[in-house]
Design a protein around this ligand. Structure first.
Ligand code: VG1
Ligand code: CO
Length: 545
């Protein structure tokens, strides 16, 4: 039975870089989740309603996932959807959800995830809407969702028993069908189309060894099925492979701080050939070779330069794109290949139009996200499979691949310094202080480096003409060195200041430096411009990647 529930607007429902993310306790407040879900439906409703349409629902398995999914199902039924496809036990990695939306030509999907944020009862929860291309809703849709959340007065929901999400097959909620699907099968089938599984199986058979850290998060089942069961990597290749609602107390962010165990293993005497990790919802990837950390910006460049090693990309790439703060390493590859290279704001939603229009084949972000036109999300397991395809075909170590790459294209030394959970006013003071210097920075010489341009990045989408302003402050020096400042749009406590620092080095005699040392002069300039310590009291970053 459908009922109308009276409610009133709850403030703060503006989606960030990737959907709405808040503490679990915030989502558990009366009407909170329902208000936001109703706002999604109101914002995306076609003129003739949702009758006959299919919705995909799934999440990364974190605490509150199952309760949220039951509520979404009852609200979707009240909207008149014909059917919802939902992952078994509510599990769909973000790229798998994108894959399922596209494969079954769904109207769209609701993904319950706070990605790399911590989970559990005191952790974070999140929710976002992806459209029929399988990609995160563009800004005009997220703006409309937010606008609706500020005026909502009621929502519709069907009163029905919960669905048994552990049982694969058909169920009903009111007059809507719910099909519980295997979380892995459709995604695995897509990977089998893109990559040469026989060649990869032979590679593992020849003794190639990998450790994949699923970080107690959603990629566990995907990684076990694909790497161990399908490709024959030995059992134990996948570690921390059972998803836990609180990620067993860990932070499922594949970086050098939270994936330190993997890093230490890869730097040790008993390191396997290759190490990789993914995040809470399975869209990020961290790549570490034996004795060689690969910065995500470099990883994107290597994948672009060698993509033809995998069948799906054998004919080459249409073009590539990177988010603005991502290093220029991929630009150098694009130039050599003679293909277009786009610079977009942070967040995967900005790649969607370029992918849909066929202008780009690969894209990525410095935050350990790479992907291609196979889905409309970044994809951790996919990135690992493309790396494996390259290593299997070229039979070179990661160290040798990187050394060769830098010798050919030059090296873009790159680091990101994060100051997390800073007082919001102090963080705004830092950003305002930097902005106030924009008019006078150009032409100045800072520690011997001359500022060439300084601006607040605006993106003009070449496909739909939309404009996104205030996407990060760039200070570019002669010779291409660069400092970028922006505030995170995914955090839930205070503000996170991100400082991205990059320097190009053409000389191969200087390609083996320690990254922090290679960038020391720029880091000092970056701190000087921002005055972080004076304005926030912070002496050093919380996370360095
Ligand atoms: C961060 C990353 C960004 C990424 C986003 C979502 O955003 O910097 O590159 O797209 O997270 O990733 P922000 O606004 O905090 O810098 V995920 O894996 O959390 O969906
Ligand atoms: Co993620």
């Amino acid at each position: 039975m459908k009922v109308k529930v009276n409610t009133s607007p709850i403030e703060g429902m503006k989606p960030g870089t990737s959907g709405l993310r808040k503490k679990v306790a915030v989502f558990q407040q009366p009407h909170y989740l329902a208000n936001f879900v109703a706002s999604i439906f109101a914002a995306v409703m076609p003129e003739n309603g949702f009758a006959g349409r299919v919705l995909v629902v799934g999440g990364d398995g974190r605490y509150f996932n199952l309760e949220a999914i039951q509520a979404v199902l009852k609200m979707a039924a009240a909207q008149g959807f014909a059917k919802v496809l939902v992952g078994q036990n509510g599990i769909l990695s973000t790229p798998a959800a994108s894959c399922v939306i596209r494969k079954y030509k769904a109207f769209g999907g609701i993904i319950l995830s706070a990605s790399h944020n911590s989970g559990g009862v005191d952790g974070d929860f999140g929710i976002k809407f992806n459209g029929d291309n399988g990609g995160p809703a563009p800004e005009k849709v997220t703006d409309a969702i937010y606008a609706h959340s500020t005026t909502i007065s009621s929502y519709d929901i069907v009163q029905a028993p919960d669905v048994d999400l552990s049982r694969i097959g058909l169920h009903v909620v009111g007059s809507m069908t719910v099909e519980v699907i295997d979380s892995v099968l459709d995604y695995q089938a897509l990977m089998q189309q893109l990559f040469d599984f026989d060649a990869l199986r032979a590679f593992f058979k020849d003794g190639f060894r990998m450790t994949f850290d699923a970080m107690h998060a959603v990629t566990g089942p995907y990684a076990h099925a694909i790497f161990e069961d399908a490709l024959g990597a030995p059992k134990g290749t996948v570690i921390n492979g059972t998803p836990a609602p609180d990620f067993n107390g860990h932070h499922p962010d594949p970086n050098l701080v939270h994936a330190k165990d993997l890093y230490d293993l890869m730097m040790s005497d008993h390191a396997p050939d290759f190490g990789a990790a993914s995040d809470g919802d399975g869209d990020r990837n961290l790549i570490i070779g034996r004795n060689m950390f690969v910065s995500p910006s470099d990883s994107l460049a290597v994948l672009a330069a060698n993509a033809t090693c995998a069948p799906a990309y054998a004919e080459g790439l249409a073009g590539v794109a990177r988010s603005m703060p991502t290093s220029g390493a991929v630009d150098a590859v694009a130039q050599a290949l003679g293909i277009e290279c786009f610079e977009t704001p942070t967040g995967w939603k900005f790649f969607g139009n370029l992918l849909d229009a066929g202008r780009i084949t690969l894209c990525g972000e410095e935050s350990a996200g790479t992907g291609s036109n196979h889905v409309r999300e970044k994809d951790g397991v996919w990135a690992v499979l493309l790396w494996l395809s390259i290593l299997a075909k070229r039979r070179m170590s990661v160290v040798d691949i990187m050394t060769e790459h830098w010798a050919k294209y030059g090296r873009h030394y790159y680091t990101r310094h994060d100051y997390e959970e800073v007082d919001i006013e102090a963080a705004n003071a830092v950003m305002n202080h930097i902005k106030s210097q924009l008019p006078t920075l150009v032409g100045q010489s800072l520690s011997g480096l001359t500022v060439m341009t300084a601006d607040d990045f605006s993106y003009h989408d070449p496909i739909d003409g939309s404009v996104s302003n205030h996407q990060g402050i760039r200070v570019v020096f002669e010779g291409g060195s660069r400092i970028v400042y922006r505030l995170s749009g995914t955090g839930t406590t205070g503000a996170t200041i991100r400082i991205y620092i990059e320097r190009y080095e053409a000389d191969s005699a200087c390609h083996q430096l320690d990254t922090q040392q290679a960038l020391a002069a720029l880091i000092a300039i970056a701190n000087d411009i921002a005055q972080i310590q004076a304005k926030t009291g912070r002496v050093q970053p919380t996370v360095i990647t």
